[in-house]
Design a protein around this ligand. Structure first.
Ligand SMILES: Cc1cc2nc3c(=O)[nH]c(=O)nc-3n(C[C@H](O)[C@H](O)[C@H](O)COP(=O)(O)OP(=O)(O)OC[C@H]3O[C@@H](n4cnc5c(N)ncnc54)[C@H](O)[C@@H]3O)c2cc1C
Length: 257
């Protein structure tokens, strides 16, 4: 019987494999598609933030930042050396209208008690700090400017976690688990992402469509934070200069338009 089996080798599976291997557990990860062509993590913006409402999420966001900044040392392997994940610590800027403002003022109390270093600004003051923004229709905004939020390359992040987990003894095997009863292990962890419900019908995880569009930006704003217009559910961000120069991304979660 195995010690711990993880179903799904995406970012959550690889992360669980790393932390549990580091804690001395024997880990086996089953991943049906090691090219990850349909997994969520390679599609993500790789944003890490602490601007959430609940304290648990704020503290997780703080942990993520600390982890990401120490990542080259924490995830160094004999085979691959010190990994990098292309950290861009430009912060997050979230924009709110009048209806959303009170909730954000409540959230800011939690930010303050967690020492999240989130700043708050009235909409009319916004262009003084971010001259490229129109404050029309906005009431307030929250942002960080102390390199505590930003984004990483999710592919590189995943590879770094997986490589380190393997060095620590985790085994990644290509296999689709059709039924949880196939697995004999002390502990089974589902990291099957939006497919969890197919494996465990009593877990209420439902897939949700998120879309990233690439559009050409007429002006490069290198210091631009990952900007979320919470009225629209739009998130604007810069992409790294990969193939085509710098492009912003427009990202629209469903149900928020
Ligand atoms: C467009 C977009 C933008 C996003 N932006 C951000 C962002 O900026 N910041 C952020 O934190 N999050 C972001 N997210 C969310 C983030 O990508 C997901 O929360 C995260 O990737 C989920 O990781 P996961 O490991 O649970 O799932 P996945 O990455 O989908 O991995 C699940 C894996 O399980 C495997 N699997 C499933 N079922 C089985 C089975 N039965 N047997 C074997 N293997 C199986 C799959 O093949 C897959 O590889 C974004 C998502 C999208 C789509």
């Amino acid at each position: 019987m195995d010690d711990i089996v993880i179903v799904g080798g995406g970012i959550i599976g690889a992360s669980a494999a790393y932390f549990l291997s580091k804690a001395g557990r024997k880990i086996k990860v089953f991943e049906r598609d090691p090219t990850y062509k349909n997994a969520s993590f390679p599609l993500s913006l790789g944003g890490f933030r602490r601007q959430f409402f609940q304290k648990e999420n704020i503290l997780l966001g703080k942990f993520a930042k600390e982890f990401i900044f120490q990542l080259p040392d924490l995830l160094e392997t004999k085979k691959n050396g010190k990994p990098t994940v292309s950290v861009v610590p430009n912060g997050y800027l979230l924009l709110f209208d009048k209806e959303q403002a009170d909730e954000q003022y409540e959230a800011l109390k939690n930010h303050s008690s967690c020492d999240a270093k989130t700043k708050n600004i009235k909409a009319e003051e916004l262009p003084k700090v971010f001259p490229w923004i129109s404050s029309e229709g906005l009431e307030t905004a929250t942002y960080t400017d102390s390199k505590v939020e930003g984004w990483v390359d999710p592919h590189m992040f995943h590879a770094a976690l997986k490589n380190k987990a393997i060095e620590l003894g985790a085994i990644f095997e290509k296999k689709e688990i059709k039924n949880i009863n196939e697995i004999e292990a002390e502990t089974i962890i589902s990291a099957a992402g939006c497919w969890t419900n197919k494996l465990l019908s009593d877990i209420p995880v439902a897939p949700q469509k998120h879309t990233v569009f690439r559009v050409k930006c007429p002006k490069h704003i290198p210091e631009m934070p990952l900007t979320g217009d919470r009225r629209q559910g739009l998130v604007l961000s810069l992409l790294l200069k990969i193939f085509f120069g710098v492009f912003p991304i427009i990202f629209q979660p469903p149900g928020l338009s």
